[in-house]
Design a protein around this ligand. Sequence first.
Ligand code: F6R
Length: 620
Amino acid sequence: MCGIVGYIGQRDAAKFLVEGLHRLEYRGYDSAGVAVWQEDGIAVRKKAGRVDELAKLVANEPADGSVGIGHTRWATHGETTDINSHPHTGGNGEVVLVHNGVIENYTAIRAQLQSLGYVFRTQTDTEIVAHLIAHHLEEQIRLGSDPSEVQTYVDAVQVSLKKLKGTYGLAIVFRDHDDLMIVARSGSPLVIGVGEGEYFVASDASPLIGYTDEVVYLADHELAVLRKSGLELSHRDTGIHTPDIQTLDQVSSDIDLGSFDHYMLKEIFEQPQSIENALRGRINEDEATAIFGGLNMDPQQLRRIDRIVLTACGTSWHAGLVGEYLLEEFARIPTEVEYASELRYRNPPLGTRTMVFAITQSGETADTLAAMRECQRKGHPTLAICNVVGSTIAREADGGIYLHAGPEIGVASTKAFTSQVTVLTLLSLFLGRMRHMSYPAGQRIIRQLLEIPSQIEKTLQCNDVVKEVAAKYAEANNFLYLGRLYNFPAALEGALKLKEISYIHAEGYPAAEMKHGPIALVDEHTPSVFIVPRCGIYPKVLSNLAEVKARRGPVIAIACEGDEKIAELADDVIYVPDVEECLQPLVTSIPLQLLAYHIAVLRGCDVDKPRNLAKSVTVE
Ligand code: F6R
């Protein structure tokens, strides 16, 4: 939530900053701003609205210079106005900064600073950080520190950070120092790109692509002092240390839209490839099992596991639900799926043989990170299933599995979901084959899994049909999504996709549970999307479908190719290939993603940047 960029070097800073903010816009798009160091003071340009608005402002009122910071905002404290936009200025303009995170004790600090005469212009929590640093800087100088010395600024920042409670990623520039930027983090991600006599700063690596492939990921409580001539890194507890420079393996085509109208559509169509990437190198056909390099647990430890807890938020939580069904069926290990926002404050008994997995696309979700840390604090090995390499959760987990899905830029998660389900299937196979699963059963799963990329390729051919169905129902105000067993989580996920990008109320339910309440919603204006591929309880789902039809509810069925019976019962049918029951969510979720997408487009919604949302939820 919120995206930060920074630059110090010889280039036109504003160009990099605005371009970088475009790439980070998925993190928040309520307002945007930049601050660029100039001889006569720091030029601040900021505006409510999208980064495009900021780009126009900067074009009309250029901010020339080669040191600067920028921010794209997802509002937490204070409305989405020009004045509340970042960067924020402290003191008499000597400190200018951008912030990602939430300062929890801001009201107390604000009152103290007000009593000292500081005047607040915004309703944000961030402004207190700017004034606080300015205050300590003024104090240091008053006590004799040299304002031309970098250490004076570093000390002022360090003293200020000690007073903050909450989370922050900060990039700070100083009016009276033209060759200095300080960045610091606690709980919000920051990466530094290393160039020749120049440094780049960003909330994630995407703005750095095309500029440098050498990066340093900042850890919590680390602070970096950036000057054109060098980078100095220090940790709150251990002091100065050598930066661990890593190589970035992203390329610019990963973040290009190509011929697609939206990132969401591009990412939906990337799924054959992203699933192939999740499978690559992870199958041992001879042993009929999966291979993982990073679990960091020996076979003995793995065999002792008697319970698994999967924790996640949103779409990743839905993938976790599929994981629960898979792990219990394949590996016979009791599994629970916990909302991370609940788990972090609950205190469920976790035995010494319990294994915890945090599932997350971004690896930065605040609740998932907190739940993971809480489990680690209590001594449980906590692993991650994560997409973003180098993200906080990926780095702090005791081990884990990367999705290798490539950057997911559309705010609505699509390819990450199917990659998470793929990885959970592999994990279930792996743990199953260490226990009760037979060799032929393992081989069968592998055979079917390897066919999934081409089955998804085939499924994507339903796009035109889905578009027609979307046109028929785009005006509806309520939808029900119904499925059973493995397709119940798919129903939840389908409903979430529609809600978040088209703003239509939608509920996902186990199809048979519907008659215990939600059936009261059924009328001729409320379409029900039934996920009804062939499975052991196919006739039962058909009965649920008939119950809806009997109440004049329109039915859209997601069914297996060749199912003619369904065409007689449903108003509209979208066909998908027939795959093994446990793998069905991988294909049934595709038409659900497309349905949400086309309905949102028809309703004129901003598909990639839905209102009120942000891709990476780094606040609680
Ligand atoms: C929905 C969506 C969110 C995320 C959730 C968790 O389309 O994207 O519900 O799934 O915010 O995010 P990660 O997986 O990054 O932890």
